[in-house]
Write a protein that binds this ligand. Structure first.
Ligand SMILES: Cc1cc2nc3c(=O)[nH]c(=O)nc-3n(C[C@H](O)[C@H](O)[C@H](O)COP(=O)(O)O)c2cc1C
Length: 160
């Protein structure tokens, strides 16, 4: 019998993750979505994964954009995470950003970022798996991450 979805959420919630804001550009419009279903997939070639819920607005935006950046959030960026997850504008026009290769917005004060061309979309139940080929990236040497654990934000001891 399939596992109860609430129980799956509870169990997998024990797996602590960082938090990213995934961004894309569709024509002149920018779009962001908070995401922790991301991972590094391959080094040769350099690939990452971003999983996007199929029935939200973001799916069509990232598909049409054909590119995305993953902005790894710092411990003091919970407000930005909330904005792109729950409420507030989904564009980046009022934020301090730059672009690299694809034009996807990159947050200047994130811990690190990768800029990707969308290579493939694979099915994954109620989500799709967006495989991105990394074409540029950078990271700071220090700074503490925003974490997500047990359905809540968390911080490292050093950031608390
Ligand atoms: C910490 C956190 C992580 C999330 N990770 C993902 C994710 O990996 N994929 C996803 O589709 N939604 C994720 N969400 C939910 C989206 O950020 C949220 O549904 C967003 O508003 C997307 O807009 P849409 O539903 O209009 O596409 C996450 C939310 C939070 C708070």
């Amino acid at each position: 019998m399939a596992l109860d979805p609430k129980e799956q959420r509870r169990i997998l919630g024990r797996f602590a993750t960082g938090v990213t804001v995934a961004s894309t550009k569709v024509g002149d419009e920018t779009w962001g979505m908070t995401a922790n279903a991301v991972t590094s997939l391959s080094l040769y070639p350099p690939l990452v994964i971003l999983c996007i819920q199929k029935d939200g607005q973001s799916h069509a935006k990232f598909k049409e954009g054909g590119c995305y950046a993953l902005n790894i959030l710092a411990a003091d960026q919970q407000e930005i995470s909330d904005r792109f997850a729950f409420k507030g504008p989904k564009d980046f026009s009022d934020l301090d950003t730059k672009t690299a290769e694809t034009g996807s917005p990159i947050l200047n004060d994130s811990l690190g970022w990768v800029d990707c061309k969308l290579k493939e979309i694979l099915p994954g139940g109620d989500h799709d798996i967006f495989i991105g080929e990394i074409v540029a990236g950078e990271a700071s040497e220090d700074g503490e991450p925003l974490l997500y654990f047990g359905g809540k934000y968390a911080k490292t001891a050093a950031a608390s």
